[in-house]
Design a protein around this ligand. Structure first.
Ligand code: FAD
Length: 520
């Protein structure tokens, strides 16, 4: 009883602070809370580099609850911000807000299970659903989404606001290329259904739109028959040009005679072999890096990671198919590492590594990640200047590198990619440790990120940040380039008071004076 009274009191204070037009009972019914546990968890993210406490947290049970809150924010006389939060796996506070409410989309009571429509090959899911749960529901029907992220404990709304990429993107495109329809609550509090045919402007703006135009409450995702097993292969290269030539060849293949997943990573020191992406090699596949020619190559090796999905009924031909594909590649002949596992274990591989790191206290540490799209024509320059230059021989985490085909990305979406037919994702997935080693400190790694961006700028390597993070609007304008005008127009149309996803730091909420903004 006392707790309820305190909560009602806190909510009455909020009503005054935020200029809300809703009654306290109505706010409680919507799922608004100021419980310190909810507030604390909404004030941090995976990056652990930014802490911002919201005024309150909404735990909605339906799209209508979200719409009612956003409408109240849009109509409020004082104004307040609303930020959707999926699983909070951003790096730089993108899902946080200090001037309003965080809508906790994942892990809320509402959503219900994903609805799988087997005949039409799609699934309807709540925007806060985690991809691991989408997978589990679809597998009950022998189906699965086509395009993934490497890690499945991310929300559907969170990855569709970014793009969502993994080793399938070369063929299926990013996750945003595999969505038929969305329900979205705009910054005016309107709940709208959109697709390529219905409200197409909103549909395209929201996909890869960094949460700027609306909160995704439902997504209709395209499915395919789920493979049962995966043959997962890693091969090594000491020659960067041979490595990228093979990756580019592999992503040019179509039809059945191709791998289903193409990724890769850079190995700049033997320590990396023990990190969370590389458990694959051990203990059954011990690798002695120095024995594979990295000494002749500035200590750098490149690992191509590929897989072929299959059904048990076609198991007898899988070896031949893989052999035929591997024959065309130029890796170090003694460096083939193969494993075979159920499809779901392959997709959920990073979670295993997460559990290991958690047990060692190494998951909840700052993550100064840097993700870049690098044009194909400059990837060799990037190798020379960054992998063999700036990095030295310490990395503090995996460095992914894999190419994608631009024609699998819909240019109408809000994402920006380099202006070439093929571009690479280069992802520096670093963990900062407070263990006295300078090269693992947050300051050192953050500075290294700066040096990498500076090198690209000075060398004319026109990279685009993936999961972009900028501090000023002029940097955002440059990031969006020719898409900026449309981006801004869509913002005016769908979120005219700039109340949504202010943690991205692209637009200033209109109710905040510039002096208030500076003190955020
Ligand atoms: P949050 O961090 O909660 O939110 C991210 C942004 O999206 C915020 O601006 C938020 O306001 C907005 N948002 C959240 N939900 C909604 C919604 N329903 N509607 C509208 N806007 C919303 N990315 C890849 O592409 N490929 C990978 O392989 C990959 N692997 C990763 C592995 C790890 C361990 C981590 C931590 C991240 C990885 N990412 C990867 C990045 C990840 O996709 C993004 O950070 C994504 O935004 C996180 O989803 P989330 O649900 O945690 O979003």
């Amino acid at each position: 009883m006392a707790t309820k009274l305190l909560l009602t009191f806190a909510i009455c204070r909020l009503i005054v602070t935020m200029g809300l037009t809703l009654e306290p009972t109505e706010l409680l019914r919507l799922g608004l809370t100021v419980d310190p546990v909810d507030v604390e968890s909404a004030s941090v993210d995976f990056g652990l580099m930014t802490k911002v406490e919201p005024l309150a947290v909404l735990r909605p049970s339906s799209a209508e609850d979200v719409a009612q809150l956003v409408k109240a924010a849009y109509e409020s006389s004082h104004g307040f911000t609303v930020s959707a939060r999926g699983h909070g796996h951003s790096i730089n506070g993108q899902a946080q807000t200090g001037t309003g409410v965080v809508v906790q989309m994942s892990g809320v009571r509402s959503s219900g299970k994903p609805s799988v429509w087997g005949g039409d090959m799609y699934v309807d899911v709540w925007g806060g659903e985690l991809w691991i749960d989408v997978l589990k529901s679809c597998l009950e029907y022998g189906l699965a989404p086509k395009s993934w992220t490497d890690y499945l404990y991310l929300s559907v709304g969170g990855t569709l606001s970014i793009a969502g990429i993994s080793g399938q993107a070369f063929h299926h495109g990013p996750q945003i290329s595999n969505v038929h329809e969305l329900d979205v609550v705009t910054g005016k509090g309107e709940l709208m259904t959109c697709s390529k045919e219905q409200n197409p402007e909103l549909f395209h703006a929201v996909l890869g739109g960094l949460g700027q135009f609306g909160i995704i409450t439902r997504a209709r995702i395209s499915l395919e028959p789920a493979p049962q097993r995966v043959r997962w292969i890693r091969v090594l290269y000491s020659n960067f040009s041979a490595f990228t030539k093979d990756q580019e060849y592999l992503i040019s293949l179509h039809g059945n005679q191709k791998f289903d997943y193409v990724e890769g990573f850079v190995i700049v020191d033997e320590g990396l072999i023990n990190n969370w992406r590389s458990s694959f090699f051990s203990p059954r596949n011990p690798v002695k890096i120095s024995s594979l020619g990295s000494n002749n190559n500035g200590g750098v090796l490149y690992c191509l990671e590929i897989n072929k999905n299959y059904h048990e009924s076609t198991a007898e031909t899988i070896d031949q198919e893989i052999e035929a594909l591997l024959k065309k590649l130029n890796f170090i002949p003694t460096s083939v590492f193969t494993t075979d596992l159920p499809y779901v274990d392959f997709l959920d591989r990073v979670h295993k590594a997460e559990l290991k790191l958690r047990s060692k206290g190494m998951w909840e540490v700052p993550h100064p990640w840097l993700n870049l799209f690098v044009p194909k024509s400059k990837i060799a320059d990037f190798d020379r200047g960054v992998f063999k230059g700036i990095l030295g021989n310490k990395t503090s985490g995996p460095i992914l590198i894999y190419p994608m085909n631009k024609n699998k990305w819909d240019d109408k979406s809000s994402v920006v990619t380099p202006d070439e037919d093929v571009f690479y994702l280069v992802a520096f997935l670093r963990s900062a440790l407070d263990n006295g080693e300078e090269t693992q400190s947050l300051e050192y790694l953050t500075n290294q990120n700066r040096l990498i961006l500076k090198f690209c700028d000075e060398d004319g390597i026109k990279v685009k940040q993936y999961l972009p993070h900028y501090k000023t609007q002029s940097e955002w304008k440059e990031h969006y380039g020719s898409k900026w005008d449309r981006f801004q127009r869509m913002k005016m149309k769908f979120d005219p008071r700039h109340i949504l996803a202010s943690g991205q730091n692209i637009f200033t909420p209109t109710f905040l004076s510039s002096s208030k903004m500076a003190s955020w």
